[in-house]
Design a protein around this ligand. Sequence first.
Ligand SMILES: Nc1ncnc2c1ncn2[C@@H]1O[C@H](COP(=O)(O)OP(=O)(O)O)[C@@H](O)[C@H]1O
Ligand SMILES: [Mg+2]
Length: 341
Amino acid sequence: MVEIAESWSGLVIDHLNIGLLMIDREGQICLFNRALSRMTGLKEDEVLGQSLRSPNILFQTIITGREFQNLSPGAVLPVMGSCNGSTSTHIIRNKSGVTVGAIAVFIPAGRQQELKDAVIKAEKLAILGQMAAEMVHEIRNPLTVIGGFMKLLQQDLKGTPKEEYVTIILAELKHVNRLISDFLQLSKPGYSKRTQCSVTKIITEVAMLVENEASLRKLDIDLDIATDIPDILGDSDQLKQVFLNIFKNAFDALACGGKIFLQTSWNRHEKFVQVIIRDTGTGMDEQTMVSMFDPFFTTKESGTGLGMFIIKKIIDNHGGRIEIQSKPGKGTIVTVFLPAN
Ligand SMILES: Nc1ncnc2c1ncn2[C@@H]1O[C@H](COP(=O)(O)OP(=O)(O)O)[C@@H](O)[C@H]1O
Ligand SMILES: [Mg+2]
């Protein structure tokens, strides 16, 4: 077991794009990875066992207990005098906290720029997302005004050929409002709020929320909730959204008299909570199975196509996964796996 672990970590170290150099407490080089060989032109076996003692800054890291950042590579390895990039030194301690050596990390200049660019891009996207959410929120107010006046006009135009236009406008407004509601689910503040939450409580609350609609549509919901489910770390509002969206889809797929079965269980070995929601509805064809998680993909006249996209995003953010089994005419089984702490 140990050997496998060692050879795997060795492989990882050699495939990293950053250079690693480690010395033991005596200053002897005990690790020199492949990226550093490429950067320096030195071979691992030429270097291993060589001494890097004072005044070398990596050795000083051990002596003084002080770690250094943003050094030029040449400051640690003189042969890298002309290399661009950035180097930092870190103390290595064993499990008991005793210093056993020090490691230098060499990040080449290009790579550093790549990392900086990635951070800037992520920040830009976050700002854009925030702006989009605010914009969409602002659009709601004028839409409410338009809807209100349209309803007044509808009364005036009752029985005239133009009444139909207003009906269409109102239906489209409803659709835009639905799109906005779904979009805002994705960009709610506190997006990554994580607390201990109970899947049982979440499911019970969602079941209460949908009970009324189910009885109006004459649909049966059968709950089989396990009692031994541990809490998970997550955002209970978002998880509620997940199960609400799954229920809504099941409702849409069911005709009068259809059934929904929900079962929760706890997989002790793999440490995840499993929620299965099965409906006896229309099921999905292959094309729908392939595209259902795409944003705006819908087979419904008044659908937004954002439900499954949001479900997947939230579950991914919780480190979980979702599986769908479905056959046209045979119904659908949605299984959500959420890792316990
Ligand atoms: N339980 C289900 N039964 C049948 N089809 C489903 C089910 N869940 C999802 N789908 C299919 O996936 C599509 C995308 O779902 P979703 O993203 O929630 O958007 P919307 O519900 O607005 O159409 C639906 O239009 C439907 O075709
Ligand atoms: Mg939906």
